[in-house]
Design a protein around this ligand. Structure first.
Ligand code: SAH
Length: 230
């Protein structure tokens, strides 16, 4: 790994350029832009890809998974409209980068990853980046994490056939959930806002994510064997 620690590395100029890039692409939420400007993304990508860490692109992180494109993640975070006070749940830790961004926008973040080796590496990267308010859990995120529910916001970083029902159940009143939902080969980003027992749903446009695999997602064989997902 290259230089470590928040703000104590030589990548500040690259981060500033990425922030400008995101601004030019329409990200307006200042807290989100500030988080991108502060979190050392290079600690969350494989060493051989350090030189691409601040490009606005998704990158492979092993086990067939990817760290998402920063502009997509920023769009997500903006759509969550976080108050800065509530607890947030993330499904699909992957590299841990988005959890690190969330950790600058919320006092308390829970993130769930189904692949043990990725969860371990993410934990290490979060520690290296000095992030302390993220709880990393290994398991099936489609059932959520009831012990710490309800959540002000839930972000799903993998595309399932529908929004997992247990997650809607774990949203607080007024809470927001953002998730990619697959429709055949296409996917769209959906935002759900809870109003009592009513769930308002908005479509935020097309996206491209790896499959959400689990009890309320796709079956494991479909994705692990690379079969078409329909
Ligand atoms: N937010 C991540 C990118 C996530 S990629 C980042 O910033 O790097 C999506 C991740 O979701 C993958 O790591 C994949 O293993 C995980 N995933 C897929 N289905 C899951 C499930 N049911 N529960 C938890 N994680 C899941």
């Amino acid at each position: 790994m290259a230089a470590r620690g928040l703000g104590s590395d030589s990548f500040g100029g690259y981060r500033a350029r990425l922030v400008e890039d995101l601004r030019a692409k329409g990200i307006r939420d200042l807290a989100v832009l500030q988080a991108v400007g502060e979190v050392p993304r290079h600690l969350f990508v494989p060493d051989v890809l350090t030189h691409q860490a601040y490009d606005d692109t998704s990158l492979p992180i092993g086990h067939g998974q990817t760290i998402s494109q920063p502009s997509t993640q920023a769009l997500y975070l903006q759509a969550l409209e976080l108050s800065g006070r509530g607890r947030v749940l993330e499904i699909g830790t992957g590299s841990g980068y988005q959890a690190a961004l969330l950790a600058r926008l919320s006092p308390d973040v829970v993130t769930i990853e189904r692949l043990g080796p990725l969860a371990r590496v993410a934990k290490e990267a979060l520690a290296a980046a000095g992030v302390r308010n993220v709880l990393v859990i290994t398991g099936d995120g489609t059932i959520g994490w009831r012990p710490l529910a309800p959540y002000e916001a839930i972000v799903v970083a993998a595309a399932g056939p529908s929004v997992p029902a247990p997650l809607l159940d774990q949203l607080e009143d007024g809470g927001r959930l953002v998730a990619p939902v697959a429709q055949g080969r296409a996917q769209s980003l959906v935002r759900v806002t809870r109003r009592g027992e009513t769930f308002e749903r908005e479509d935020l446009g097309p996206v491209q994510f790896v499959p959400l695999i689990g009890r309320h997602g796709f079956p494991r064989e479909a994705a692990d064997e690379g079969k078409p997902r329909t």
